[in-house]
Ligand binder design. Sequence first.
Ligand code: XMP
Length: 322
Amino acid sequence: MGQVTEIKSKGLNTKEFIKKKVEEIADTVGDGEAINALSGGVDSSAVTILGHKALGKRLKTYFINNGLMRKDEPEKIVSLFKKLGVSVEIIDAQENFFKALKGITDPEQKREAITQTFYKDVFGGIVRESKAKYLLQGTILTDIDETVAGIKRQHNVFEQLGIDPQKAFGYKIIEPVVQLRKDGVRVIAEALGLPKSIFARMPFPGPALSARVIGEATPERIEKVRKATQIVEEELASQKAFQYMAILHNDRVTGMRDGKREFGNQIEIRCWDSVDARKATPTKIPYGVLTKLANRMVTEVPGVVSVTYNIASKPPSTMEAV
Ligand code: XMP
């Protein structure tokens, strides 16, 4: 692929782009089969529809349940795509991922464990059992930029790091939206007929909730951050921010409950204003909203005794904690 040429969202001819990408996918795959993973984010959703336009039933779409998703996410997404006429199979891979994450606390190693489990273990297995030679995926230009710059290893970038997916995993990767940034993908997703709940959806990272747990991502700790995430998403939906999240810290924080000392957890809330995720500033959230969030966290998430709101910008912060 070499150097990727950016296509800006301004002036993007959606009809032409869709036609070209559908043709490219059809030409590349020929009369073979391809597979793709749908996470329900705007990138993988757009790619799923492009792939189905190009290949019909010769594209097999899977939702990999890695155990790190938000509450009820697999079922919600599969039923939404069913309404669009695309059938999606859920693969329960929770054990694979938690096994790979066991004992790992380093952010980069955590990302690497997820990457290897996803591509080699889970997808490798699916590909070996199927006749597919191609994997379609929703890498976007920002993923490549940040990975190449060494800022954060995005889970889906290989070629630019000198990794040949064919050699490493046994299949080729097709990236139909790689010339776009998030705003461009949203325009394409809308033009493809996806609902607003998808094309205007808040970004969510590939490593999912494990990117929001500082330290080891155990099932128990993921469950905690899942509950905290649900609360943040309910309370901050009206802020019209670019992205908001809850992060579980690793320290034991001293608190008190019922007159007794309790060593508990700390949840950090982050809410970002941003255009393209390259730079971001914290949203000026009304204090009453923060107070309500704090009350819900300490009463509804087991073990939480401290709640903070992040006030540092990106850079030097990044939006996710891991
Ligand atoms: P950071 O934390 O790098 O996040 O400032 C920038 C944007 O990218 C999302 N993000 C990811 N998206 N795979 C993705 O597809 C990843 O590995 C990943 N890491 C971060 C993040 O949610 C934010 O919108």
